[in-house]
Design a protein around this ligand. Structure first.
Ligand SMILES: *[C@@H]1O[C@H](CO)[C@@H](O)[C@H](O)[C@H]1NC(C)=O
Ligand SMILES: *[C@@H]1O[C@H](CO)[C@@H](O)[C@H](O)[C@H]1NC(C)=O
Ligand SMILES: *[C@@H]1O[C@H](CO)[C@@H](O)[C@H](O)[C@H]1NC(C)=O
Ligand SMILES: *[C@@H]1O[C@H](CO)[C@@H](O)[C@H](O)[C@H]1NC(C)=O
Ligand SMILES: *[C@@H]1O[C@H](CO)[C@@H](O)[C@H](O)[C@H]1NC(C)=O
Ligand SMILES: *[C@@H]1O[C@H](CO)[C@@H](O)[C@H](O)[C@H]1NC(C)=O
Ligand SMILES: *[C@@H]1O[C@H](CO)[C@@H](O)[C@H](O)[C@H]1NC(C)=O
Length: 464
C-alpha cells in the first residue's frame, strides 16, 4: 500500500508540474467511457495532460475521475444524466442534493466550469423530458447560487437535429414539433445567465450523406477556393462547420435572441467506419481536428461569418474509441488515442504546430463511396451463444428473412450457427438497411465485399 501510495503521489506531482505549463488554449476533449477496454481514469488523465489538453468534458460526474482531476489544472465539464432530469425538475431539494454530491464535494479543487443538464435531450422522443429540461437547469443554477458559486455555467448540449432547416444557414429554424415554450425558456435562461448554447456538430454527417456533391475540403476546413455565398444573408462561407454553427445563430435570431454564444460540446471526424461509410479514415480525422484546433485557438478569435470575432469554446469527440456504442462502424471510431494511450494520429492542442511538422499520414485510397454489393456476416471469434440469440432475433422479424434457412431449403446446409447467422444477418440487413438498421448486431456482425453465397444458397446483399 505504502509503495503504491508513494508512486501515486510522485506521479501526481509530475502531472501537476506538467499541467502548470499548459497554455490557456480553449480546446477540450470529451472523455466518453462506453468501452470495456479503456485505460483507467488515472491513466486517462495522464494522457490528457501529456496531450496538453486544458479542458475535459465528462458524460456524468464520476467520483474517481473528479477526485483525480482535483490535482490538475484541467477545467472540467460535468453532466446531469438524462435519467436524473425529471426528479431534479420536480424538487429543488433534489437539485441541491445533486449539487452537494457532484459539485460541492470537489469544487474548487476540481475546476468545474460547466454543469451540463442532460445530453441531446431533444433528440429523444420524450416530451416530458423536454418540458423538464429548463426547470431542471434553473434549479441546478439556483443551487449553485445558494452555495455562492457564480462562475460555473449551466447549459445543455443539443444536436443539429433540433433544427428543421439548416441550409442555407440563414434559413436556420428550430423544429416546429418542439413546443416553443421549451425553446423560448431555454434561450431566455442561457441569455439571462450568460451561458452558452452547447452544440454537438459534425460536418462529417452531412458530407458523408452526400459526398459526391459536397467538397471534402469544405467539410475538412482545408481552405481552398470553394466558398458558398448565402443568397439571403450574403455571408460567404469557407467551410461547412461555420455554415452549421450559423444555422443555429439564425434559428436563435428568429426567436429574438442574438447574443447567446455557441460552444461546441462535440465535434470530430471518425478515423474508421464501415464499408458503406465514405471518408472515415485517419487522414481525414487528423486533417479535420488539426484545422479545427487552429481555427478555434486563433488569436484574436475568428468566430463565424454571422458572428465574427466571437470565441467558441470547443470539445473534440473523443478521447478513445468506445467499443460499447451501437450503430454503424463510425460510432466506435471517433477516438484520438489507442487503448494503450498512443495517438491514433497526432493533434497539437495548442494549434501552433504547422502541418509540415507533423509526421506524414497514409493517404486514403478513396474518399468516395464504395460502389457494389455488400454483405453482412458473422464476425470472427464471437460467442456462439450470443450468435444464436442474434440469429433468433434476426429471423424473428418475419418477412421471410430466414425462409431459406428452413430444412430442405437452399441455405439449410451447412447446419451451423455461424453459417445460419451470416445468412440471417445479410438477409435482415438487406431488408432493413433503408430503415436505418446498421450491420452491427451488438458487435457480432461485420460488412464484407466477399460474396458468402455457396452452392444453391444466394445471400441477399445491399447494393450501394
Ligand atoms: C505539449 O506542450 C509542450 C510544451 O509546449 C510540448 O513540448 C509538447 O510537445 C506538447 N505535447 C504534445 C503532445 O503536443
Ligand atoms: C422534495 O424532496 C424532499 C427530499 O426528498 C422531500 O422531503 C420533499 O417532501 C419533496 N418536496 C416536494 C414538494 O415533493
Ligand atoms: C447533387 O447536385 C445536383 C446538382 O446540384 C443535383 O441535381 C442532385 O440531386 C444532387 N444529388 C444529391 C444526391 O443530392
Ligand atoms: C479550384 O478548385 C477546382 C475544383 O476543385 C480545381 O480544379 C482548381 O484547380 C482550383 N483552383 C485553384 C486556383 O486552386
Ligand atoms: C438578454 O439578456 C440581456 C441582459 O443580459 C437583456 O438586456 C436582453 O433583453 C435579453 N434578451 C432577450 C431577447 O431576452
Ligand atoms: C452580449 O453578451 C456578452 C457576452 O455574454 C455580454 O458581455 C454583453 O453584455 C451582452 N450584450 C447585451 C446587449 O446583452
Ligand atoms: C414486412 O412485412 C410487412 C407485412 O407484410 C410489410 O408491411 C413491410 O413493408 C415489410 N417490410 C419490409 C422491410 O420488407
Amino acid at each position: 500500500m505504502c509503495t503504491e501510495k508513494a508512486v501515486f503521489a510522485f506521479s501526481l506531482c509530475y502531472l501537476l508540474s506538467l499541467s502548470c505549463a499548459l497554455s490557456s488554449n480553449k480546446i477540450g476533449v470529451n472523455y466518453g467511457r462506453l468501452g470495456n477496454n479503456l485505460p483507467s481514469p488515472y491513466q486517462s488523465i495522464e494522457h490528457l495532460i501529456s496531450m496538453n489538453v486544458s479542458h475535459v468534458k465528462l458524460y456524468d460526474a464520476n467520483p474517481e475521475v473528479l477526485k483525480l482531476l482535483s490535482r490538475t489544472r484541467i477545467h472540467v465539464s460535468i453532466m446531469v444524466t438524462n435519467e436524473q432530469i425529471s426528479s431534479i425538475a420536480l424538487n429543488q431539494s433534489h437539485a441541491n442534493l445533486w449539487v452537494q454530491e457532484n459539485v460541492i464535494s470537489y469544487y474548487p479543487d476540481t475546476k468545474i466550469q460547466f454543469v451540463l443538464v442532460g445530453n441531446e435531450v431533444i433528440s429523444y422522443n420524450d416530451r416530458k423530458m423536454w418540458l423538464d429540461l429548463v426547470p431542471a437547469m434553473r434549479k441546478i443554477k439556483k443551487s449553485l447560487n445558494k452555495y455562492d458559486i457564480h462562475n460555473i455555467k449551466v447549459g445543455t448540449p443539443l444536436a443539429m437535429d433540433i433544427l428543421e432547416s439548416s441550409f442555407p444557414p440563414s434559413s436556420g429554424r428550430f423544429r416546429s414539433d418542439i413546443p416553443s415554450q421549451v425553446i423560448v425558456s431555454l434561450l431566455k435562461f442561457l441569455n439571462a445567465t450568460k451561458s452558452f448554447y452547447f452544440l454537438d456538430v459534425y460536418p462529417y454527417f452531412p458530407w458523408s450523406a452526400n459526398p459526391t456533391n459536397m467538397s471534402l475540403d469544405f467539410a475538412l476546413m482545408n481552405y481552398g477556393n470553394v466558398t458558398y455565398k448565402d443568397p439571403e444573408s450574403n455571408l460567404v462561407y469557407t467551410n461547412l462547420l461555420d455554415q452549421m454553427l450559423d444555422s443555429v445563430v439564425f434559428a436563435m435570431r428568429k426567436f429574438g435572441f442574438d447574443n447567446i454564444s455557441i460552444a461546441v460540446s462535440e465535434t470530430g471526424w471518425p478515423h474508421a467506419g464501415d464499408i458503406d461509410q465514405p471518408g472515415a479514415n485517419a487522414y481525414n480525422a487528423a486533417t479535420y481536428n488539426r484545422n479545427l484546433v487552429r481555427k478555434m485557438t486563433s488569436n484574436p478569435p475568428l468566430g463565424t461569418p454571422a458572428k465574427p470575432g466571437v470565441e467558441i469554446p470547443t470539445f473534440i469527440f473523443s478521447l478513445y474509441d468506445e467499443n460499447q456504442k451501437s450503430g454503424p462502424g463510425t460510432e466506435r471510431h471517433w477516438g484520438l488515442l489507442e487503448n494503450n494511450g498512443m495517438p491514433i494520429y497526432e493533434v497539437d492542442f495548442t494549434g501552433t504546430r504547422p502541418e509540415k511538422e507533423y509526421s506524414e499520414l497514409v493517404k486514403p485510397v478513396s474518399n468516395m463511396p464504395y460502389n457494389g454489393k455488400i454483405w453482412c456476416v458473422a464476425a470472427n471469434a464471437v460467442s456462439p451463444m450470443e450468435l444464436a440469440a442474434a440469429l433468433d432475433m434476426a429471423c424473428g422479424q418475419g418477412n421471410g428473412t430466414c425462409a431459406e434457412l428452413a430444412p430442405g431449403k437452399g441455405c439449410y446446409e451447412p447446419v451451423s450457427v455461424i453459417a445460419h447467422a451470416s445468412y440471417a444477418f445479410s438477409s435482415y440487413w438487406a431488408k432493413f438497411r433503408s430503415a436505418g438498421v446498421p450491420c452491427y448486431f451488438n458487435g457480432l456482425a461485420v460488412q464484407t465485399i466477399t460474396d458468402p453465397s455457396h452452392g444453391s444458397c444466394q445471400f441477399p446483399s445491399v447494393v450501394v
